[in-house]
Design a protein around this ligand. Structure first.
Ligand code: PLP
Length: 408
């Protein structure tokens, strides 16, 4: 993941933020409430939505929150029979998982040969039972759907809502707004797009933005402004789905993302998108002669190549290449995802890497492709320079030996 600027940490460490308690009276935490209020306005401006909740603590939690709102929306219209969510086969695994958590069913549709939503399949899938379409755009192949307006239109005409999985919105910041594309609701991962720590450095935050259709269903309390004062308001929202978090969300993460947004400003955020897209396309064009590239369109913030050629010729898998990258000091990319690309290597350089780093990575990837030809065993048995060698992954998965398990 990308560079997490230190200024974010410095701001989040200010005593005015660290010394407050979520149950304090509104009048004592005006600064914090003002920050939340302003951040909501900024996100609305950036993504085109009418309101946001900051309660969800992760992307998947945002999906759950959004789906609960979608369910409440249909029920409020006497359309509780809308229980199916359409999801393309390129989607992130959390999407169908969240769908089943709210008691809905998933209809998976195949992507077309350009990696986009297949319009004919979508037309066949929609109907009176459609609650929503969940779409990642740009999708997990790094492709921006070429027919996005038509996609949204087909779902709306069938009475469904359109949900945007905006976990990685780097590529479109300041360039296009999901609400303008027809999305009714979306979650955004502050720990991906907004440079707050991710993975071992968590926790995360998955704010959800909505348009007017879904605003009445947002979780409470909401931050409101009355004159010059800010307050947390729970009353006046009879249709709210209620709380989805014990307090107001992972506030510390929100402060860091706010600092990041303020530090970059509108022009800086647009530059994030331009650089993220440029970096990904640069690597793609340097690697495409050495690895199979299933979708050779201009990509957005990421792209997917495959170890298919290496597997067919030398029996070398994406996993082997990822392990060999460790020998050269690179954190390997996500492999075997999205599921629709065999031996997938998903490469997302982000906007914060310099050309020197991108070139060093490409040089190593090209070197590994050559090693596959000249010394396949070297790649198959990697890593060679790490403290721990290759683990038996099947054994590790089947015979879990967790040190803290009872009896150990
Ligand atoms: C990361 C990701 C998610 C899930 O976010 P978490 O914060 O890990 O729950 C959902 N969709 C996409 C496309 C993602 O990349």
């Amino acid at each position: 993941m990308k560079y997490n600027p230190k200024i974010n940490e410095d701001i989040a460490r200010l005593p005015g933020f660290t010394d407050i308690y979520p149950d304090q009276e509104d009048k004592d935490v005006q600064g914090m409430l003002e920050l939340l209020y302003n951040f909501e306005q900024y996100l609305c401006a950036l993504f085109g939505f009418d309101a946001f909740t900051f309660q969800p603590a992760a992307g998947a939690h945002g999906e759950l929150t959004a789906l609960l709102m979608i369910k409440a929306y249909h029920q409020s219209k006497g359309q509780g029979s809308r229980v199916k969510v359409i999801i393309p086969d390129s989607s992130h695994g959390t999407n169908p998982a969240s769908v089943s958590m709210v008691g809905f069913g998933t209809i998976v549709i195949k992507s077309n040969e350009r990696g986009n939503v297949d319009l004919d399949q979508l037309r066949k899938a929609v109907g009176k039972d459609t609650a929503a379409l969940m779409l990642t755009n740009p999708n997990t192949l790094g492709l921006f759907d070429e027919h996005i307006l038509e996609v949204a239109d087909i779902v709306h005409k069938a009475g469904g809502l359109v949900y945007y999985d905006g976990a990685n919105a780097n590529a479109t910041l300041g360039i296009c707004r999901p609400a303008d594309l027809g999305f009714d609701v979306a979650h955004f991962n502050l720990h991906k797009t907004f440079a707050t720590p991710h993975g071992g450095g968590g926790p995360g935050a998955g704010p959800v933005g909505v348009n007017k259709k879904l605003e009445p269903f947002l979780p409470v309390p909401r931050v409101m402004k009355a004159g010059t004062n800010y307050k947390l308001q729970t009353t006046n929202y009879p249709n709210s789905i209620g709380r989805v978090h014990g307090w107001h969300g992972n506030i510390n993460v929100i402060i860091k993302a706010y600092a990041y947004l303020r530090a970059l400003g509108g022009a800086g955020l647009r530059e994030v998108a331009e650089d993220a897209v440029l970096n990904a396309n640069y690597i793609k064009s340097r690697l495409k002669d050495y690895y199979y590239l299933p979708y050779d369109q201009t990509c957005q913030h990421e792209f997917v190549i495959s170890a298919k050629w290496q597997k067919e010729k030398y029996g070398i898998k994406a996993l082997d290449i990822a392990k060999r990258l460790l020998d050269y000091g690179f954190h390997p990319p996500t492999i075997y995802f999205p599921l629709i690309v065999e031996e997938a290597l998903m490469i997302e350089p982000t906007e914060t890497e310099a050309k020197e780093t991108l070139d060093a990575f490409c040089d190593v990837m090209i070197k590994i492709a050559k090693e596959c030809e000249t010394d396949p065993k070297l790649v198959k048995t990697a890593p060679h320079t790490t403290v721990v060698g290759r683990l038996d992954e099947a054994k590790a998965a089947r015979e879990l030996n967790l040190r803290w398990a009872p009896g150990n």
